[in-house]
Write a protein that binds this ligand. Structure first.
Ligand code: BT5
Length: 314
């Protein structure tokens, strides 16, 4: 049913379209088309039936069909007003065989960060988890985290906020802003199931503090609202994020270059807390599938996982 809805929304987004031709195109009965059109009206769409067929006159602010309408990426959307964690819901869908589904929520009551840390996710944020089944070895999975960081950073920049990536998965206000630099705007949590040579499913979860007051967030965090002094259109924002993610992740060879272009970490003095101990030095590059290369007093060290802190220049 959601696939028919997505196809109907794509047809409506392309312009006026007559009922019979819609039924033909979607391979369903005319009654099924009416039912879907009614469901879209229920969901808040304004749809007129003029001489040339159905015309969309109004799109709801933020729900599943609103995000699918005009979306130039192959995802269907499942929307929740409130959910425990969009990653948990996405994992459930993945277990049932789903693919290319974006789970979107207004609020999460049990949002998760890495290493079982809690993620604050009050109403007004952009909390989204994508279920993917890429044809690649498990070792390539981190590239999807990097692609999501690029997509999130670009969406924030297009919204007017000077964001950049801190290795591996944080989106922060750029250090160029002496006052606000380093505040965390978004985070990414990728989870997967698979064998060494093949990913079964991947869940890429992105959390962006969008229309949230900074005092509802942990110390050191900020939001698009706090930076811009106004709210963003979450529908447009999440569409750009999904479209850019789709485009960037489609070409795995280019993900690292895209990441380098958006990263604040390269060239910085860093301290990385890794499972094997602390690594301190200058971050010089990122290496496939997402490792950080740090130039230390003892030579180059390649870090695969850890928490990275940008240090002030000596
Ligand atoms: C992350 O973890 O940054 C990954 C966050 C991923 C959240 C998304 S929301 C959609 C999807 N569904 C989920 O349940 N999760 C994903 P990490 O690098 O471990 O950072 C976690 C730390 O960031 C916490 O320990 C806090 O210090 C801080 N933090 C918590 N909530 C925050 C927020 N809303 N904004 C900024 N920082 C936050």
């Amino acid at each position: 049913m959601t696939d028919t809805r997505r196809a109907l929304l794509d047809a409506l987004a392309a312009g006026p379209v007559a009922g019979p031709s819609l039924a033909d195109r979607l391979g369903v009965s005319r009654a099924a088309v009416w039912k879907q059109v009614d469901a879209l009206r229920e969901a808040g769409f304004g749809i007129d039936s003029g001489p040339d067929g159905y015309v969309v006159t109004d799109v709801p602010a933020y729900n599943a069909p609103a995000v699918e309408f005009g979306l130039d990426a192959p995802y269907t959307v499942e929307y929740h007003g409130s959910v425990g964690s969009t990653n948990d819901r996405a994992r459930e869908l993945a277990g049932d065989g789903a693919e290319n589904v974006a789970v979107v929520a207004d609020e999460q009551t049990g949002g998760r960060g890495r290493l079982r840390r809690a993620w604050s996710a009050p109403a007004g944020g952009v909390w989204v988890s994508l279920v993917l089944r890429p044809d690649c070895p498990a070792a390539h999975a981190p590239l999807y985290t990097l692609a999501a960081a690029v997509a999130t950073t670009r969406a924030c920049r297009e919204a007017g906020v000077d964001a950049s990536i801190k290795w591996p998965n944080d989106v922060l206000i750029s250090d160029a802003d002496e006052d606000r630099g380093g505040r965390k705007l978004a985070g990414i949590l990728t989870e997967m199931e698979g064998e060494a040579d093949r990913v079964s499913w991947l869940v890429v979860g992105v959390g962006v503090n969008a229309n949230i007051d900074a005092d509802a967030l942990p110390e050191g965090a900020t939001s698009l609202r706090a930076e811009l002094g106004r709210d963003v259109d979450r529908r447009a924002f999440v569409q750009r994020l999904l479209e850019t993610f789709h485009e960037v992740s489609a070409d795995r060879e280019r993900v690292l270059d895209a990441w380098r272009e958006h990263a604040a970490t390269l060239g910085q003095r860093v301290r990385v807390d890794t499972p094997g101990g602390v690594v301190e030095g200058t971050a010089v590059d990122v290496r496939s599938p997402g490792a950080l290369v740090v130039d230390t007093d003892d030579g180059e060290v390649v870090v695969h996982a850890g928490d990275c802190e940008h240090l002030r220049p000596a």
